[in-house]
Design a binder for this molecule. Structure first.
Ligand SMILES: *Cc1c(COP(=O)(O)O)cnc(C)c1O
Length: 463
């Protein structure tokens, strides 16, 4: 069907207006399994369900907007990573993608480790029973209190991010009478093909110590002389939402080259390397993410090959997927409010949330999909922009998508793949109440993070 042939919805004389979208999907009622969580399906009535519960009942019980996480899918993805990397490697879930105590328990039960990057994340992890030695502590500006808390609680590793931090962590460890296991985070000089704000291994940014100019080698030299530190390895994280394995190959090669240089200079073979996270997921049907077993195989082969060439023992590998585990497991459910057709442009569909529950579209120009989930429709597709209720014209949830042209206030729509970096980046802008996270599994739904209340807002406002 040509774009100009659509009779319904606002349309241009000849073409759909400019945007990220391609043509409307052949079937607006279809749910692409690439972007929806495993147990999401349409029931006989046309309503969408997750974990065996229909969205109307979920909206009725928990309200909207709300995030629904498919626990079966989360556990399956965690397990797939664990299994793919086997016993010679460790999988650290990146807690910043989304962290709650239930998530920590699921990870613990599925045999994963955990990355944290603040005192708050560390406290959450410990309070839910994650053993400290399975926690890695990250961050480019850890406070003295955070470093002390991490060392006292016995975290398995601290990832050192600067020359000052090498000294600071060594000093605090020593004053606590401890020797802290650490890795040094290096920037390998790779430009990941992703948005600038989420690419982290090129040199002009705040994270890590550059391999170039021998800086990382100097960091190793210093760390090896300090009694408070046990240097166990080198860490590299090249960015996020990456599909191309080439960046990881270059990173692995350069990290192994550093291990060889360290061996040559100090006679020490560092036993571990961490290749970070950043594996992409499908936000729309156009994205084709890699499976964990493909990633594990590719990384394992590169590291083994490079180590053989350098005559090094193969180090223990760790990886840190966040988005790739939690991202696809959740969707955000919204109630449709105002619908505003703009002739020749598109139809603006306002929902009861917005940039306070999903900032990624405004922040990174992220793309999302959307579907009508409370019913099916045979109406013609209309080009829509799903927007929130905040006082910003940039308050966009889904920039370009198609919904049926009979969409009406009171319909429920859902945005899939919102498990990562949505609730964890949620704000109270306009004194919005941050939505709950509800876990659904085998016909049961339970709140794992409750909805904020106006009392919560007033409790902080002590003036
Ligand atoms: C953000 C981050 C991750 C996780 O990134 P994803 O894109 O969610 O996989 C892993 N490691 C480090 C150091 C990070 O900063």
């Amino acid at each position: 069907m040509s774009r100009s042939a659509h009779p319904a919805g606002p349309r241009h004389a000849d073409v759909w207006p400019e945007g990220h979208y391609s043509a409307p999907p052949a079937d607006l009622n279809a749910l692409d399994p690439k972007v929806w969580a495993q147990t999401v399906t349409r029931t006989g009535t046309g309503e969408v369900s997750v974990g065996g519960i229909g969205v109307a009942a979920l909206a009725e019980e928990f309200g909207t907007p709300a995030y629904f996480v498919d626990e079966t899918d989360f556990r399956a993805r965690a397990r797939a990573w664990r299994t793919a990397f086997g016993h010679d490697a460790d999988v650290f879930y990146a807690g910043k993608a989304f962290l709650s105590r239930a998530i920590v328990r699921w990870l613990h039960e599925e045999g994963l480790n955990l990355d944290v990057c603040s005192g708050g994340e560390l406290t959450t992890a410990l309070s839910a029973g994650m053993p400290a030695d399975r926690i890695a502590f990250h961050g480019n500006n850890k406070s003295t209190d955070e470093i002390t808390q991490a060392i006292e609680s016995g975290v398995g590793r601290i990832v050192l991010d600067s020359f000052q931090e090498i000294v600071r962590v060594a000093h605090i460890a020593q004053s606590l009478g401890k020797r802290q296991r650490v890795q040094i985070r290096v920037t390998v000089g790779v430009e990941a093909h992703t948005h600038e704000f989420i690419a982290t291994a090129h040199e002009d940014q705040k994270f890590g110590i550059a391999l170039a100019d021998g800086q990382a080698a100097e960091a190793v030299r210093r760390a090896l002389t300090l009694d408070g530190l046990e240097l166990i390895g080198i860490h590299s994280h090249i960015g996020s939402q990456i599909f191309d394995m080439a960046g990881f190959e270059v990173a692995a090669r350069r990290v192994v080259a550093l291990l060889a240089a360290v061996r040559d200079e100090h006679g020490v073979e560092l036993p571990e390397i961490d290749l970070g996270g950043g594996l992409g997921i499908a936000y729309t049907s156009d994205d084709d993410p890699r499976e964990p077993h493909e990633i594990a195989k590719a990384l394992g082969e590169i590291v083994t090959r490079e180590c053989e060439a350098a005559k090094l023992r193969t180090p223990r590998i760790s990886v840190e997927p966040g988005r790739a585990i939690v991202g696809p497991t959740a969707f955000t459910l919204y109630d449709v409010g105002t619908i505003k057709p703009l002739e020749g442009l598109r139809t603006y569909v306002s929902v009861d949330g917005g940039m306070s529950d999903n900032i990624r579209t405004a922040l990174y120009d992220a793309e999302y999909s959307v579907a009508l989930v409370s019913r099916t429709s045979e109406a013609e597709p209309m080009l829509v922009r799903v927007v929130g209720k905040h006082c910003e014209s940039g308050d966009i949830v889904v920039k370009d998508a198609f919904l049926p042209s009979d969409l009406a206030p009171g319909d429920l729509i859902a945005v899939p793949a919102t498990g990562a970096y949505c609730r964890s980046m949620a704000s109270n802008y306009n004194h919005a109440l941050r939505p709950p996270v509800v876990a659904v599994r085998d016909g049961e739904a339970r709140v794992i993070v409750r909805r904020e209340t106006e009392e919560d807002l007033l409790r902080l406002d002590v003036g």
